[in-house]
Design a binder for this molecule. Structure first.
Ligand SMILES: *[C@@H]1O[C@H](CO)[C@@H](O)[C@H](O)[C@H]1NC(C)=O
Length: 254
C-alpha cells in the first residue's frame, strides 16, 4: 500500500517535471485575438467549437469535416493531426515550419447552413539556440561586437555600459570605450529567448601599427622612385656599352 502511494507520487512528479521541461503543448483557439505561436517539434492543441458541424481548413485544403450526426470515426485528412471528440480538440503532433499558415474554421448549423467563419494565423518557429559572440578592434577606441544565433524571426538586444550604436538589424554593437567590460547579447523570438556574454579585452593600440605600416610604404615608394630615376638609367647604360664595339666592327668592315 505504502509503496504504491510512493510510486504514484513519483509518477505524478515525473510527469509534472517532464511537462515543465518540454513545454509539451501550446493551446490556441479561433476566438483569440493574437496569432498562435508554436515551437518546431511542439504539439499544438486547437480548440474546436461545440457545434452541430464545422470544417477546418488551411491555405492548402480541408483538414477535418465534423458533423455531429456523422457516425463514422473522424480522422483528419493530414498526417500528424488527431481529433479528440471528447473535448473537441484538434491536436497537431510535432509541429513543422510548413504547418504555418492561416487556418479557417467554418461553423454550420444542424441544417448545414453556414453560421460563421473565423481565421487563425498559426506560426511555427524554431527556438533560439547557440547564441555566439565575437568582436573585432577597428581602431584603438572603436570595437565591434557581433552576435549570431540559430532560430526563426530573431530579435537582438544588448546590455552594455556604453552603446555607441547598433548596426545590421541590431546584430552588431559598436563600442568606443577602451576599458574592459562585459556585454550581453539577448536573442528572442515569439516562443523562446536566450543570451550569451563576452568579456571584452582591451584592444591593442593600433596607432603605432598604422605609423609603422605608413613608414614602410613610404620607404618602398622612395626605393621604387630612386630605382626608376637613378639606378635604372645607369644599369641600362651599362648594358648598352658592350654593343658599341660590335657596331664599330661593322663600321670597320665597311
Ligand atoms: C533595434 O533596436 C531598437 C531599440 O532597441 C528597436 O527600436 C528596433 O526595432 C530594433 N530593430 C530591429 C530590426 O530589431
Amino acid at each position: 500500500m505504502r509503496i504504491q502511494v510512493i510510486i504514484g507520487v513519483l509518477l505524478i512528479y515525473t510527469q509534472v517535471a517532464m511537462g515543465s521541461l518540454f513545454h509539451d503543448h501550446v493551446f490556441c483557439r479561433f476566438t483569440q485575438r493574437n496569432q498562435c505561436y508554436v515551437a518546431v517539434g511542439q504539439h499544438l492543441h486547437l480548440q474546436m467549437p461545440w457545434e452541430d458541424g464545422f470544417d477546418l481548413k488551411t491555405n492548402t485544403g480541408l483538414i477535418l469535416r465534423y458533423r455531429k450526426t456523422q457516425s463514422s470515426p473522424l480522422t483528419p485528412r493530414l498526417p500528424r493531426w488527431l481529433f479528440v471528440n471528447d473535448n473537441k480538440t484538434m491536436i497537431l503532433t510535432s509541429a513543422e515550419r510548413s504547418d504555418s499558415g492561416t487556418y479557417t474554421l467554418n461553423i454550420f448549423d444542424v441544417d448545414g447552413r453556414n453560421k460563421s467563419s473565423s481565421t487563425l494565423q498559426v506560426n511555427i518557429e524554431a527556438r533560439v539556440s547557440s547564441v555566439e559572440l565575437s568582436y573585432s578592434c577597428l581602431f584603438s577606441e572603436v570595437r565591434k561586437v557581433y552576435c549570431s544565433a540559430d532560430g526563426d524571426n530573431l530579435r537582438f538586444n544588448w546590455t552594455s555600459d556604453s552603446i555607441t550604436r547598433l548596426e545590421d538589424d541590431n546584430k552588431t554593437l559598436v563600442l568606443d570605450k577602451k576599458h574592459n567590460e562585459k556585454v550581453t547579447c539577448h536573442v528572442e523570438n515569439h516562443i523562446s529567448h536566450n543570451h550569451n556574454s563576452i568579456e571584452l579585452p582591451e584592444c591593442a593600440d593600433f596607432t603605432i601599427v598604422f605609423v609603422f605600416v605608413w613608414l614602410f610604404e613610404v620607404i618602398i615608394l622612395l626605393s621604387v622612385l630612386v630605382g626608376t630615376l637613378y639606378i635604372y638609367p645607369r644599369f641600362y647604360r651599362k648594358q648598352r656599352t658592350p654593343e658599341r664595339p660590335g657596331s664599330s666592327v661593322d663600321l670597320d668592315q665597311d
